[in-house]
Ligand binder design. Sequence first.
Ligand SMILES: Nc1nc2c([nH]c(=O)n2[C@H]2C[C@H](O)[C@@H](COP(=O)(O)OP(=O)(O)OP(=O)(O)O)O2)c(=O)[nH]1
Length: 145
Amino acid sequence: MHAERPSLSDGRGTHALRVIVGAAIVAERKVLACARAHPPELAGMWEFPGGKVEPGESETGALVRECLEELGVRIAVGDRIGDDIPLGHRRTVLKIFAARLVDAQPRALEHAALRWLAADELDDVPWLPADAPIVAALRAGPWLR
Ligand SMILES: Nc1nc2c([nH]c(=O)n2[C@H]2C[C@H](O)[C@@H](COP(=O)(O)OP(=O)(O)OP(=O)(O)O)O2)c(=O)[nH]1
């Protein structure tokens, strides 16, 4: 017997469910948006900082690690924003969490640029298409009020 990663069966075999986590970091009624530097097909599109949950890691743990790597900040992770978003044709979902800064100010260690956006500025940047429901939830919800 050995421990298995959570998995789903699709009738063609068993595949691990891959989870990408992202942080909607809110401060002073603005949310942090980050411009991707790579790969070329995603460069210039804006996203929430985050990345893949590695084997053995919690979703929250992955988000804290990614924000430290990408922005040089420690965050406190809050509630989910929106629902799971399926990404592409693979068994991958995107999950976004509200978060706040614990100490330092974010620096673009891996991104091309950072911007703090108020509710009425959310459309000022081209978000990755999958982020549209999250951007809509941020605009309608309590986080930026
Ligand atoms: N971090 C993040 N990824 C997003 C968002 N929206 C969205 O479609 N994605 C997609 C883009 C990428 O295909 C994937 C995340 O991959 P990534 O390359 O950032 O993840 P990672 O840092 O763990 O990857 P790696 O370079 O270490 O392999 O999820 C978002 O708001 N934040």
